[in-house]
Design a protein around this ligand. Sequence first.
Ligand SMILES: Nc1ncnc2c1ncn2[C@@H]1O[C@H](COP(=O)(O)OP(=O)(O)OP(=O)(O)O)[C@@H](O)[C@H]1O
Ligand SMILES: [Mg+2]
Length: 235
Amino acid sequence: MSAEISLSCEHIERYLGEEEERVHALRGVSLEIETGSVHAVVGPSGCGKSSLLYILGLLDTPDAGRILIESETVSHLTDDELAQQRSRFIGFIFQFHFLMEDFTAQENVMIPMRKLGQLTDAQMRERAAELLRGVGLGDKLRRPSRHLSGGEQQRVAIARALANDPKVILADEPTGNLDTANSERAFDLLQNLVHDRGKALLLATHNPAIAEACDWIHEMKDGRIIDSQHQTTLT
Ligand SMILES: Nc1ncnc2c1ncn2[C@@H]1O[C@H](COP(=O)(O)OP(=O)(O)OP(=O)(O)O)[C@@H](O)[C@H]1O
Ligand SMILES: [Mg+2]
């Protein structure tokens, strides 16, 4: 088993909000995500799951502690360099998916590719189509995302997160709006990427069946990880 760490954080502290609304959202969180592993973060609403994912995804900065990509700290990077690392290395699936609603499914998936700027327009179009076929939306490539159902939008968001072939996928309730069949399909897709293509996945979920299928379950409460369980699969 590979012990290469793709993404980790150490002693993360994060305060959110102002004055009397100020919340100590993360209280000394440390976590290591190895290549080839699937991690679940579980815990009650408000315990800090999304806050942690945002920090690991370089979308927010901690008040204390540090983030390491492949064991190198990112603290010294400029905002531009951070954005570049994020585009290249991390695919983020948001709890509220933030699609461009006037853009088609295919155009939404092309956005991160445009940002990275490594493919031609034709290549981006083909790759977006392929990713959308992977989430069962091959027949809706040209549909504006506002004309897609909530579950379809979520699947576009999953395809978008995979656009730049990231090494780490961070997913905040990726199957929250999906029916059982599509939820299993989305999870299988992500899990296969991790196991067959050497990616790493951390997902926040309220779905016990999905958490049970992960290699690790981290239980959060009041801004802390209070338990981390390694799961041994019975196959
Ligand atoms: N921008 C903000 N300003 C103030 N407080 C915030 C902000 N964002 C989050 N919080 C607070 O930080 C805490 C952690 O929120 P977070 O969104 O990380 O929870 P969560 O575990 O993802 O919950 P859920 O399961 O409902 O998605 C909560 O108490 C929340 O109210
Ligand atoms: Mg959340």
